[in-house]
Design a protein around this ligand. Structure first.
Ligand code: KIV
Ligand code: ZN
Length: 565
């Protein structure tokens, strides 16, 4: 197979040694034009029907597109009807311009003008292919012949526009695409673009959109950027044109090619949501816009409810957004790996602690909440996940701030369950493991009743240092034992009471507590760390309305768990 590559001709580089685009940065959003309803739609196994197209159009308007290519009205009756429906049902907002595509052929151009009659703002987008390959094998024409096709079409469009504008006052603008620009010698692209601008009578006040399609990605994005910069610098009537790009994604670098083309001076971008479109698709506008957003640039498109955008897209096109699709895929804000989980948790904690106005969380290029994804588990648990991951889920989803010292123990419980199940565990399954491990532990010692109260200090004690008394019933092997003792605090009193039934092997190490909202009421949760007679750690958790009782429950839980182990 390897020598098979010899049949491919390497792409010719562009003569532009003084290229300037590498020194530029993107500082503002381009003019966006959605071609979902044309390039996207024509690439579907089942193209959208009228109602689907209308729903999709509304979505594009809601997202904020001001220029929307609605189809190829001369191509079929359905396309024609869709254009008429949008116009006649008054579905096009005044600040939105519809764009219609047509080949540079007389009868198609005439039909297109019939289709757009009565619309307020229209871009008539015409094209012919200019590439070296198509000239040679499809049209069998030299470049002059190709220029003639474009110029004749331009003249007809100008003439039909003048008539239409005189009759209806429509606002008609023009767009010309040298199709397969990416496969055309740059000198020829410049030549045809200038001729078209002249034929259309473009002026700095009435600019024409020159759309430079990367129809088939044939080279690395830097070379596409060179092609764009070359044209911008060499087109004579540059001031009469808006430079647009229309990248496809054959090499998987559509987004990069577009970003570099913007550095090279492109002012407008045509693409689709999630990169739908011919073959590997058009450039994905969601990714482009969110990439800008992540650099502090307002993309002027609203993807704050990406679920909705995705829903409409998937329903209307019957395409699926892959799980790893930037920003929109199911898995892109999810960390399975332990070290990633740990860093994300630290980033989130850091941001809360610092009250930082900036997003500074490792592994998450943007705040998922900005696109409406705040309720998804950022951290998901499988057997690759580390000890911090399960603790993060307990905190994020259930409000338990497990002390760090307990993370390895609970992490191991969860990992074991993942290995056993052979799959990812959902948060509620993690909670259920937690509950079984710490909250449903009542043997061998079952604390059946408990009471804590302050005793008056005896005469020898200083005022204000009253002792706490614990009274309770501890069931051991089906037998109830009344226990009662006083101590310096609830935990001390409880330990003394336990000593009455021979439980003396445990040393208190530390405890942590916090309030937790469970349903309507707020409770206290207490995390207890003991050491047994052999110095082994024993952890327990107690929950109660009363913080002191929560600690006592935590102590008995720790002892029970250590006995069980
Ligand atoms: O990819 C392309 O070249 C096109 C043109 C018709 C603009 O879709
Ligand atoms: Zn295209």
């Amino acid at each position: 197979m390897n020598d098979g590559c010899k049949k491919y001709i390497p792409f010719r580089q562009i003569p532009l040694p003084d290229r300037t685009w590498p020194q530029q940065t993107i500082t503002k959003a381009p003019i966006w034009c959605s071609v979902d309803l044309r390039d996207g739609n024509q690439a579907l196994i089942d193209p959208m029907n009228l109602e689907e197209k209308l729903e999709f159009f509304k979505l594009l308007v809601d997202v904020g597109f001001k220029e929307i290519e609605i189809g190829f009205p001369s191509a079929s009756d359905t396309e024609f009807e869709i254009c008429r429906a949008l116009i006649e049902r008054h579905l096009i907002p005044d600040d939105v311009t519809i764009q219609v595509l047509v080949q540079a052929r007389e009868h198609l151009i005439r039909k297109t003008f019939d289709a757009i009659h009565g619309a307020k703002n229209v871009i008539v987008h015409f094209y012919n292919s200019t590439s070296t390959l198509q000239r040679k094998i499809v049209f069998r024409k030299d470049m002059d012949g190709i220029v003639d096709i474009a110029v004749e079409a331009a003249k007809l469009i100008r003439q039909l526009t003048e008539k239409e504008v005189a009759e209806t006052g429509m606002n008609i603008r023009y767009e010309y695409s040298p199709e397969s620009f990416s496969g055309t010698e740059v000198e020829n692209s410049v030549l045809i673009c200038d001729k078209v601008l002249e034929a259309l009578g473009a002026t700095p006040e009435n600019k024409v959109i020159l759309n430079l399609p990367d129809t088939v990605e044939m080279c690395t994005p830097n070379t596409f950027a060179d092609q764009v910069e070359y044209c911008i610098r060499n087109i004579q009537h540059r001031d009469c044109a808006v430079i647009s790009v229309h990248p496809h994604n054959d090499r998987g670098t559509g987004v990069a090619a577009t970003e570099l083309a913007l550095l090279a001076g492109a002012e407008r971008v045509e693409g689709t949501l999630f990169g739908n479109g011919e073959r590997t698709g058009n450039v994905d506008i969601v990714t482009l816009a969110m990439n800008m957003y992540s650099q502090g640039i307002n993309p002027q498109l609203d993807f704050s409810d990406i679920h909705h955008v995705r829903d409409v897209y998937e329903r209307c096109t019957e395409m699926k957004v892959p799980p790893r699709q930037p920003y929109a895929g199911d898995l892109v804000f999810t960390a399975f790996s332990g070290s990633h989980q740990d860093a994300i948790k630290k980033g989130v904690d850091y941001m809360h602690a610092q009250e930082s106005p900036y997003w500074e969380v490792p592994y998450l290029p943007i705040d998922p909440a900005d696109i409406g994804r705040e309720y998804e588990p950022i951290i998901r648990i499988n057997s690759q996940s580390g000890k911090g991951g399960a603790a993060f889920v307990m905190q994020q989803d259930f409000g338990f701030n497990l002390p760090k010292v307990m993370h390895p123990e609970f992490g191991a419980v969860v990992k074991h369950a993942c290995d056993k199940a052979g799959r990812e565990l959902m948060p509620k399954e993690i909670y259920s493991l937690f509950s079984k491990e710490y909250l449903e532990v009542s043997s061998p010692y079952n604390l059946k009743s408990y009471k804590l109260y302050e005793e008056n200090g005896d005469a020898k004690q200083e005022a204000g240092s009253a002792q706490v008394r614990f009274d309770g019933t501890l069931c051991i092997h089906q037998e109830d034992h009344a226990i009662s003792a006083a101590g310096n605090g609830p935990i001390d009193a409880f330990f003394r009471a336990l000593a009455q039934v021979g439980i003396t092997d445990y040393k208190f190490v530390t405890y942590q507590e916090h309030a937790i909202s469970r349903g309507a009421d707020s409770k206290a949760v207490s995390y207890i760390h003991l050491k047994d007679a052999e110095g082994k750690d024993a952890f327990g958790i107690g929950i109660d309305n009363n913080i002191s009782i929560a600690s006592i429950k935590g102590v008995i839980c720790a002892i029970n768990r250590s006995k069980r182990a």
